[in-house]
Design a protein around this ligand. Structure first.
Ligand code: UDP
Length: 498
C-alpha cells in the first residue's frame, strides 16, 4: 500500500511520535544509534540524537544530509562534564580515554548528564514519546518514569551472544571448570559451542572488580526495559532470536543490520567520522574481485605494538593484497616506530595499504575487491562483514567477541579463526600474553582465500547471508516490518500512559 512506501504519508500517520536516542559515548554504540535514528526517521517519526559537542563533530554532516533529504532528524549536544568528573578536558568518548583507571570517571560523567537531559526533554518539540538509551545509562529508567514514556534498551550485542551469556549465567558451567583453559559446552542451545573461561566476557569472568558496580547497575536497567532493540536480522540467528524473546518477553525487535541504512557513498565514507579519506577506494579499484584482505580491530583496541606487529607480519606473509587499519596518533607511536625501523611499509608498498586513524569501514567492505575481513568480532564489525557478504577471519579480543567468533565459525560457517585463545582485559592489554601470532594470521588468511571446496563453500554462505541481510532491511523485509511494529508499540504505550 502506498502509505507505507511514501514517507510523507507515513508522517501524517505517526507525525507526533518523537524518539529521543542517547547512546553510550563510544563509537561501537554511537555509530549504530545514529543509523538507527535515521531508520526511525525514514519510518516517518521524529528522531533526536542527544550527544556531546565533540561527538557531534563526527556526525554533523551525516545528520544534516539526512535532514536536508526531508527526514525529521536532528542532533542535540549537551555539555559533557569531563573535567567535573576528573577526566581530561575534551575527553567525551571512550575511544579517547587515556587509561582504564578513568573508565569509572567516564561513567560518572555520563550519569551527570541526567539533569541536563531531563531539562532538555522538557523543552523538546514535539514532546518526547520514547527514550532509546545505550547500555551504561541506567538513570534513563528513572527519567522515562518521570516523563511517563517507554524506555527502550539498546545494548549492541546480537541474540546469539545474549543467549550464550544467559545460559552460562543460569547453569554456571563455567564456574565448575578446574582451570581457565578447560573447555565446556554452553548448555541448552541448538548448537554445540565449546568455550573456555578465559574467552568469556568480563561479566562472566571478571579480570578486575573495579567495574562490578557499574555492571550491576547496567544489568538492573536492562531487566526493567520496556522494549529492546537488537541490531541483527531474524534470518541470521532465528533460533537465538526466538530464544531471546522467550527469556526477555516479546518486546524484542530485531531491526538490523542498521549499517545497511548507509546507502550513498558519502554516508559510507563519513560514517563514524567525517574526516575519513576516500582515497582507499581508488586503491581498491586496482585489485581483482575478492582478493584483498581488510584488517581492522575496531575503535578501541589497545593492543601493544609488539602484539600488533604480529598482525602486520602475518598480513605480509600471506602474500595477499591487504588494508591494515591502525589507530594512528599518540597511541600508535610505538607501532609507528616499529613500522619505520622494520621497513614494513616500504617492503609491502606494492601490496599493502596502511590506514592511520579512521577507516571508512562500510565503504571498504562494500568494495568488490574485498575477499576477507580480519576482524576483532565487535558486533558491529561482524554484522557489517556479514552484510557485505565476505568471509571473516576472526581475531577476538575482549567483551562478547569470542561468542561472536563462535557464531561466525560454528553457527554460520563463514569464519576462520586466527586462534586467539584468551581475552585481554580492555585497558590492561599490556598484562596479557601474546594473543596474535604471525603464522596463525597467515594460515587463517590462506584458508579463507584458497581455491579449495571448503573455502568456496564458505564464500558462498557469506554471499547468501549478505543477500539476506540486505533483504531484511529493505522495504517489506523482516527488520523493516519490525521497525514498523516497534513504532506502533511505542504509540500504544503513549496512548495507555497518557
Ligand atoms: N569503525 C570504522 N572505522 C574504523 C574503526 C571502526 O568505521 O577505523 C566502525 C565500524 O564500522 C563499526 C564500529 O566502528 O561500526 C566499531 O564497532 P564494533 O562493535 O565492531 O567494535 P568496537 O569498536 O566497539 O570494539
Amino acid at each position: 500500500n502506498s502509505s507505507s512506501t511514501n514517507p510523507i504519508m507515513k508522517n501524517s500517520r505517526v507525525n507526533q511520535l518523537h524518539f529521543v536516542l542517547i547512546p553510550l559515548m563510544s563509537p561501537g554504540h554511537h555509530i549504530p544509534m545514529i543509523d538507527m535514528a535515521r531508520l526511525l526517521a525514514q519510518h516517518g517519526v521524529f528522531a533526536t540524537i542527544v550527544t556531546t559537542p565533540l561527538n557531534a563533530l563526527r556526525f554533523n554532516s551525516t545528520i544534516q544530509r539526512a535532514s536536508d533529504s526531508g527526514l525529521q532528524i536532528r542532533l542535540v549536544s549537551l555539555h559533557f562534564p569531563s573535567t567535573e568528573a576528573g577526566l581530561p578536558d575534551g575527553c567525551e568518548n571512550m575511544d579517547n580515554l587515556p587509561s582504564r583507571t578513568l573508565i569509572k570517571n567516564f561513567f560518572i560523567a555520563s550519569s551527570m548528564l541526567q539533569k541536563p537531559f531531563e531539562d532538555l526533554l522538557l523543552g523538546l518539540q514535539p514532546p518526547p514519546s520514547c527514550i532509546v538509551s545505550g547500555k551504561n545509562l541506567a538513570w534513563t529508567v528513572e527519567t522515562s518514569r518521570k516523563f511517563r514514556i517507554p524506555r527502550v534498551f539498546f545494548d549492541g550485542m546480537g541474540c546469539f551472544a545474549f543467549c550464550c551469556t544467559n545460559r552460562l549465567e543460569i547453569s554456571k558451567v563455567h564456574e565448575r571448570v578446574v582451570s581457565d583453559s578447560e573447555s565446556f559446552v554452553v548448555p541448552g542451545i541448538p548448537h554445540r559451542i565449546e568455550l573456555t573461561k578465559r574467552k568469556l566476557p568480563e561479566n562472566l569472568n571478571p579480570g578486575s572488580p573495579d567495574l562490578t558496580a557499574v555492571r550491576n547497575n547496567m544489568r538492573a536497567a536492562e531487566v526493567v526495559a520496556d522494549a529492546i532493540l537488537v541490531n541483527t536480522f531474524e534470518d541470521l540467528e532465528a533460533d537465538y532470536v526466538k530464544d531471546y524473546k522467550m527469556v526477555k518477553g516479546n518486546n524484542v525487535w530485531c531491526i538490523g543490520p542498521v549499517s545497511a541504512s548507509n546507502k550513498s557513498n558519502l554516508d559510507k565514507i563519513e560514517r563514524g567520522d567525517e574526516t575519513a579519506s576516500i582515497e582507499v577506494s581508488q586503491w581498491l579499484d586496482l585489485w581483482e574481485p575478492c582478493t584483498v584482505i581488510y584488517a581492522c580491530l575496531g575503535s578501541i583496541c589497545g593492543l601493544k605494538p609488539w602484539q600488533l606487529q604480529e598482525l602486520g607480519l602475518g598480513l605480509e606473509a600471506s602474500n595477499r593484497p591487504f588494508i591494515w587499519v591502525i589507530r594512528g596518533g599518540e597511541k600508535s607511536q610505538g607501532l609507528e616506530n616499529w613500522i619505520l625501523e622494520d621497513g614494513f611499509e616500504e617492503r609491502t608498498k606494492k601490496k599493502g595499504l596502511v590506514i592511520r586513524g579512521w577507516a571508512p569501514q562500510v565503504l571498504i567492505l562494500s568494495h568488490p575487491a574485498i575477499g576477507g575481513f580480519l576482524t576483532h568480532c565487535g558486533w558491529n564489525s561482524t554484522l557489517e562483514g556479514i552484510d557485505a557478504g565476505v568471509p571473516l577471519i576472526t581475531c577476538p579480543l575482549f567483551a562478547e567477541q569470542f561468542l561472536n567468533e563462535s557464531l561466525a565459525v560454528e553457527v554460520l560457517g563463514i569464519g576462520v579463526r586466527v586462534g586467539v585463545e584468551a581475552a585481554v582485559t580492555w585497558g590492561l592489554e599490556e598484562r596479557s600474553g601474546l594473543v596474535i601470532k604471525k603464522e596463525d594470521v597467515r594460515t587463517a588468511i590462506e584458508k579463507v582465500t584458497d581455491d579449495g571446496e571448503e573455502a568456496e563453500e564458505r564464500r558462498k554462505k557469506a554471499r547468501e547471508l549478505g543477500k539476506m541481510a540486505k533483504k531484511a532491511i529493505e522495504h517489506g523485509g523482516s527488520s523493516y516490518l519490525n521497525m514498523d511494529t516497534f513504532i506502533q508499540f511505542v504509540k500504544q504505550q503513549n496512548e495507555i500512559n497518557n
